[in-house]
Design a protein around this ligand. Structure first.
Ligand SMILES: Cc1cc2nc3c(=O)[nH]c(=O)nc-3n(C[C@H](O)[C@H](O)[C@H](O)COP(=O)(O)OP(=O)(O)OC[C@H]3O[C@@H](n4cnc5c(N)ncnc54)[C@H](O)[C@@H]3O)c2cc1C
Length: 290
């Protein structure tokens, strides 16, 4: 990944590799403001080479056992900060969390997915990242830890803009917490040969509660979320009429960015296509299979 600048060598930094979460949080507290967390390092090292960031300390989480776990507890899948994307490509994730599975499969290639982490992809906070819209559609939360305390917040709202997350310098996103409810879901991406999507759509439908979240990514600085409660569409009842409502809504309310990769109008057409495809998959095709 390059932002177009010449590719430099890495700037000088001090490398810390704590053995426990406690030690990690103490280091982060001590060097707050001068340190960056490194998970897989896929994004961080590239940004450092391009001098987009030059922290004095790089604190690796690779030896912290508490952050390596993928656990199901109390109806939630807790994905530790050092769980690699490739670990989320299993058959059980495919069945229980289809939106997540498909989003992960859409990230780069197996080499990047072996190194990069889900939490790192979220924390990187680039508008074209695939993890963030998928996690929002699934109503995931994030556990944020610092020395002697932790808090849980919705993932929605965690990314403030390009490269900016709503996490303090002495804090780390320790886990992504994804509810395990009965869902149907999909994730569709139009990339046109680029590494990143020009537009993406994450759709999760909670079948017992009969409500959905449709999240449009890569089209603005932060994703656009359409909740069933905001629009009151029932695709399961009357698919055709509600698809028309969806098209009208997108036409009137979604104004994607215009940039070097694609015009706003082009993105708008892609979003329309992906959204229709997503509701078809989730409300017609999958329903017929169940
Ligand atoms: C060739 C290429 C193609 C790519 N294609 C895609 C793609 O198609 N879709 C996509 O979504 N992404 C894509 N990426 C981005 C890639 O997936 C991310 O760079 C990677 O997942 C980041 O995870 P990481 O563990 O390596 O994070 P790192 O590189 O270690 O960290 C990334 C940033 O997040 C911060 N950070 C990391 N972990 C935490 C934490 N736990 N708490 C707080 N801050 C943290 C770091 O300080 C750093 O600023 C691509 C990257 C490359 C190089």
């Amino acid at each position: 990944m390059s932002f177009g600048g010449p590719y430099f060598t890495l700037p000088k930094f001090k490398y810390l590799r704590p053995d426990s979460l406690e030690e990690l949080l103490s280091s982060l507290h001590e060097h707050s403001g001068n340190a960056k967390i490194m998970s897989g390092g896929v994004g961080l090292l590239a940004f450092m080479k391009e001098r987009l960031t030059a922290p004095e300390y790089v604190i690796s989480i690779s030896k912290v056992p508490e952050l390596k776990t993928l656990q199901i507890k109390g109806g939630v899948l807790a994905v530790g900060a050092n769980v690699h994307l490739s670990e989320l490509e299993s058959g059980s994730i495919k069945n229980s969390l289809p939106t997540l599975y498909r989003a992960v499969k859409n990230i780069a290639d197996p080499t990047i997915r072996n190194m990069g982490t889900l939490v790192g992809d979220l924390a990187e906070a680039v508008p074209w990242g695939d993890a963030y819209p998928a996690l929002i559609s699934m109503e995931a939360e994030a556990e944020i830890s610092k020395k002697s305390s932790s808090r849980v917040v919705p993932v929605n709202g965690l990314v403030l803009g390009l490269g900016q997350i709503n996490v303090d310098d002495d804090e780390i996103i320790s886990r992504a917490l994804i509810p395990l409810r009965k869902v149907r879901g999909t994730y569709l991406k139009f990339a046109n040969g680029s590494e990143y999507g020009l537009a993406t759509v994450a759709l999760t439908y909670f079948t017992e509660e009969k409500r959905f979240n449709l999240v449009i990514g890569s089209a603005s600085e932060t994703p656009i979320t359409i909740r069933e409660s905001d629009v009151d569409w029932d695709f399961d009842k009357d698919f055709g009429t509600n698809v028309e409502k969806l098209e009208r809504y997108l036409q009137l309310n979604v104004n994607p960015v215009d940039d070097l990769l694609a015009s706003s109008d082009f993105r708008k057409n892609v979003i329309r296509y992906l959204s229709l495809q997503a509701v078809k998959e989730v409300f017609l095709d999958e329903r017929d299979q169940n």
